[in-house]
Design a protein around this ligand. Structure first.
Ligand SMILES: Cc1cc2nc3c(=O)[nH]c(=O)nc-3n(C[C@H](O)[C@H](O)[C@H](O)COP(=O)(O)OP(=O)(O)OC[C@H]3O[C@@H](n4cnc5c(N)ncnc54)[C@H](O)[C@@H]3O)c2cc1C
Length: 415
């Protein structure tokens, strides 16, 4: 009998890879038509559109352990951000660059109006602190909200509003920075130690790589599981599979349903909306610099929160001579995709000029359950639920690819 892993997201695929490496008989079943779960790339008119803006931090310990970065052909963003800030005086863009990866930027960073000089010295203290703690130690520190942590650390409101809120609001998918300081420290450390990257052909290449290492008959797609009964997995099709052990590698809502627990309500998730545009590269506005930086907007009441010119970083994600632009908007509960695209175009026309009006709207992805919330009281969950039943996934730990992969590996080791 195989070990049946329910869910072929990053957690299930990682678990399957480690078990298969050790010669175990595995069967991975997933309700969707491709492996990867929340990590997915759609191909639309020759453009490769990730389902929601998503990056791999190359310093993630679990990713380094299992992924082949060379084969993924990782394309890296520059370390830092270009920050759009409305000033009555007009000057709209500020840059914050990482002087550790770009030593020549140190003066630019010191004099940038993003924060005070004291803020910049505090960033060095923060780097020292997170580097002195291992990943597991980071998650056992006393936790408060990220907003409280930053103020207690001594950062000014100026740098919180101009950098931390727009940048980490985009990472946590919530702008109030109520996410746990432990997760903030983890993210800060991994942003500092490595690069923010995407595979040349889109984020979906990551699960594709893990799936390609498994035998073809070990993955059954379009196969939703209806219920569990002891060591038997009942599929929605009516078929039953006897298992040596069962691993639940599903999202928080499906895990609750399959275990007969109350399903989490919508406030237990952070959501995001991603709007994609294309334009001929020849029509690129002169003010839209190709500097491979994430663009942030400090005005969080607008529709453009974070912006990336994906083709500057990963040109193969679009047909030749086309720009691919991704715009993320946090906090929308319901989305009228056309109205949002119009609003985004109108705001970006103010940033880059009239040619933005000609940008073609390619797709809108609204992801109401993108990340499980992770407040200061969040508890990591046990991975072994019963003698033959295990669980993994970001919902058992914290909302990140690293957590999904780590929990998948730990379950494989338990088995
Ligand atoms: C828009 C967005 C941006 C993100 N940005 C980042 C980022 O920049 N960096 C980062 O580290 N992380 C990011 N994340 C988080 C990261 O993608 C997730 O933490 C990770 O993919 C979770 O993997 P998982 O395997 O735990 O869950 P999932 O990917 O949700 O996989 C669960 C799988 O279970 C399957 N399933 C569920 N129920 C059943 C059933 N009954 N029967 C069969 N199959 C079932 C689903 O189809 C799915 O494939 C982002 C996520 C989103 C959505």
């Amino acid at each position: 009998m195989p070990i049946v892993i329910i869910g072929a997201g990053m957690a299930g695929l990682t678990c399957a890879n480690y078990l298969y490496q050790r010669g175990r008989d595995i069967l991975l079943v997933d309700a969707q038509d491709v492996p990867g779960g929340r990590v997915r790339t759609d191909i639309v008119d020759g453009f490769r559109l990730d389902r929601g803006f998503q990056i791999l931090l190359t310093a993630y310990p679990e990713a380094q352990r299992l992924l082949n970065y060379t084969a993924l052909d990782l394309q890296r963003f520059r370390s830092g951000a270009a920050i759009h800030h409305d000033e009555p005086s007009g000057g709209n863009w500020m840059k914050l660059l990482n002087p550790f990866s770009e030593p020549l930027s140190v003066f630019q960073t010191l004099f940038s109006p993003v924060g005070t000089l004291s803020d910049k010295l505090l960033v060095a203290d923060l780097i020292r602190r997170v580097q002195s703690l291992s990943t597991s130690e980071l998650f056992t520190q006393p936790a408060v909200t990220t907003a409280t942590y930053l103020r207690d650390f001594g950062f000014s409101e100026q740098i919180i509003e101009r950098f931390f809120r727009p940048f980490f609001g985009g990472v946590f998918l919530e702008d109030d920075l109520t996410t746990s300081s432990n997760f903030f420290e983890f993210c800060f450390k991994n942003f500092f130690l490595g690069d923010a990257a995407i595979p040349a052909l889109g984020i979906g290449e990551i699960p594709k790589q893990l799936a390609s290492r498994l035998p073809g008959d070990a993955i059954r797609l379009n196969t939703p599981v209806d219920r569990l009964e002891g060591k038997t997995v009942h599929l929605a099709s009516g078929e039953s599979i006897a298992a040596e052990a069962i691993v639940l590698a599903v999202d928080a809502r499906s895990a609750a349903r399959l275990m007969g627990n109350e399903e989490p309500n919508s406030t237990r998730f952070n959501h995001t909306t991603c709007t994609y545009f294309s334009a001929p590269a020849a029509d690129r506005p002169a003010s839209l610099k190709a500097d491979k930086l994430l663009m942030l907007n400090t005005k969080r009441s607008s529709s453009v929160h974070n912006l990336a010119i994906l083709t500057d970083v990963a040109p193969a994600c679009a047909p030749a001579d086309q720009l691919l632009v991704s715009v993320s908007t946090q906090g929308l509960v319901q989305v009228d995709a056309d109205a949002l695209a119009r609003q985004v175009r109108s705001e970006l026309t103010g940033w880059f000029g009239e040619s933005v009006q000609g940008w073609r709207h390619l797709q809108t992805d609204h992801l109401p359950e993108a990340l499980p919330t992770y407040g200061p009281d969040a508890q990591h969950r046990p991975l072994r639920l019963a003698e033959h039943l295990y669980q993994c996934g970001d919902q058992t730990a914290y909302p990140s690819l690293n957590a999904a992969m780590q929990s998948g590996r730990l379950v494989a080791e338990l088995i």
